[in-house]
Write a protein that binds this ligand. Sequence first.
Ligand code: F6P
Length: 484
Amino acid sequence: MNLVVVSNRVARGKPNEPMTGGLAAALLPVVEHSGAIWVGSSGRVRDGNLKEPFAEIESLGAGALAMLDLPAAHYGGYYEGFANSALWPALHSRADLIRATQEDYVSYREVNAFMARALLRFRKPDSVFWIQDYHFLALGAELRDLGVTQPIGFFLHTPWPSRALIGGVPHHRELIEAMLAYDLIGFQTEEDRENFLSYIEHDLGLEVNEGVVRSHHGRMRAAVFPIGIDPQKFAQLAQKAMTHPDVSRLRRSLNGEKLAIGVDRLDYSKGLVNRIKAFDRMWTAQPQLARTISLLQIATPSRGAIEAYGNLQSEVAKLVTDVNGIHGEVDWTPIRYLNKGFGQAVLAGLYRTAQVGVVTPLQDGMNLVAKEYVAAQNPADPGVLVLSKFAGAANELDTALIVNPHDIDGMAKTIATAVSMPLTERRMRWEAMMEKLNAGTIEQWFNDFVEALRETQFVKSEIGPIVTEPALWPVRSSQGARYH
Ligand code: F6P
C-alpha cells in the first residue's frame, strides 16, 4: 500500500519549534513512522507557471514530505476566506461570524482542484489517499473527476455542527454532496457523525444505513475515530522538560504558589474571554485565593489577517490588563499572558509544573492540549484538568472536572475546587484519564482509520445521480484560471 496523507498545514520534526497546528503536530510522529507521503502547503504562494508546483520534497522518516506552493491568486480566498471565515465559524457554531464572498468559494474550489491535480503525481495502483480537515472538503470529488478510483478517506478534526448551522455556509449543499465521493469519513465524536448524517438524510434526502450512504459517487461510510496522543512519549518528554531553562525559571518564579495553565491558539472557539472572566470571578469571590493561584495563559497568534481574530486579540489583551489591574499587587501578577508559541519540549514541562490545566473551549473537535496536560503530570502528584463539556476530549476524559464554559460562576467555583483537591482524589481522577489515553493512542487512531479505509471498496452505485438545485454560478472561476 502507498499511503498519501494530505493536509493544508504540515510539520517538520523539530520538537523545539513552536507548532501552531494541533493537527500537524499530532500527525508528524505517526506519518513519519508509517512511511507515508505527506502532502501539504509549503506556506508560500506562487504566480505564473505552476506546472511543477512542489517547492520541496524531503524525506520524512520512512516516507516523504511534499510541500506545495499554492496559487497566489486563490490562496487568500481559500485560506483566510472560505476555509477560515465561512467553514471554521460554522463548524464551531458561530454562524454570526460567517463571512464569505463568491470569489472566496471559487478560490476554495480552485485550490481543492489544484491539490487534486498535484496529487496525481503520487498515484500508484495500490495508493490510498487520506485527506485531512475542512480545507479540503471537495478534494475527494476532484480526485474522482480526474479518474482516481483508489480508496479516498477524509478525517474532520473539527466538530460537525447541526444541520441549521452548516446550512449557514454558502454552497453547503454542493460541498456536502462532493463529500460523498469519499469512501470513508471519520469524525471525532458520535455527535459530529450524527449531525453529518442527519444532514445527509434530511437535506439531501438520501438513505443512511448504519452509517453507510449510497449516492451516484458510490458507497460512503461515516464512522468515529477519536484522535489521541502518544501518552508514554509525552510523559517522558515532560519529565525531561523539567530541567529546560524556561521551565526552571517558571518554577523559581512561583515561590511555592500554585499555577493554572491554559495553552490555546488565539481563536474565538477556545473560550479565552470566558476563562479569564472565570478567574476574575474566582479572585473576587474568594480573595484568599489571590497569591495562592495564578494563571499562565499562552495564546498563540493565529489567522491574524481575519477581522474576528484581530478583534479577539484586542479584547483578550484588554481583559487581561483589566483583571491584572484589579487583582494584582506590587509583587504579584494574577495572569501572565504570552502571545507566542512554544515547542512541545517546553510545553510538556510547563504542563507538568501547573497544578491545574484549564481547557475550556466553547466548541472543539478534540483538543489535544487536554490530553497532553494529563500525560505530562507527575503520577505521584498529578494536577487537575478542568475541561469544557464542549471539547471532544470530554467524551473520554470524563474524570476531569467538566465545566460549562458559558457558566462563568460555575467555572470559577470549579477552578477553586481544582486548586484545593486532595491528593487521593487527584490521583484517582488522573489514573482513570491515563487509562483512557493509553487505550486510544495516536498510533491506534492512525492504524484504525487506514485499516478501515483499505477495507472500503470503491463500489459504483447503481442508483441514479442526486437531484441537485442548479448552482447559482459556475463552480469554476469565470476568469478560467487553471493551473496545469
Ligand atoms: O482542526 C483544526 C486545526 O487543523 C487544528 O488541528 C489546528 O490547531 C488548527 O486547525 C490549525 O489551524 P491553522 O492551520 O489555520 O493554523
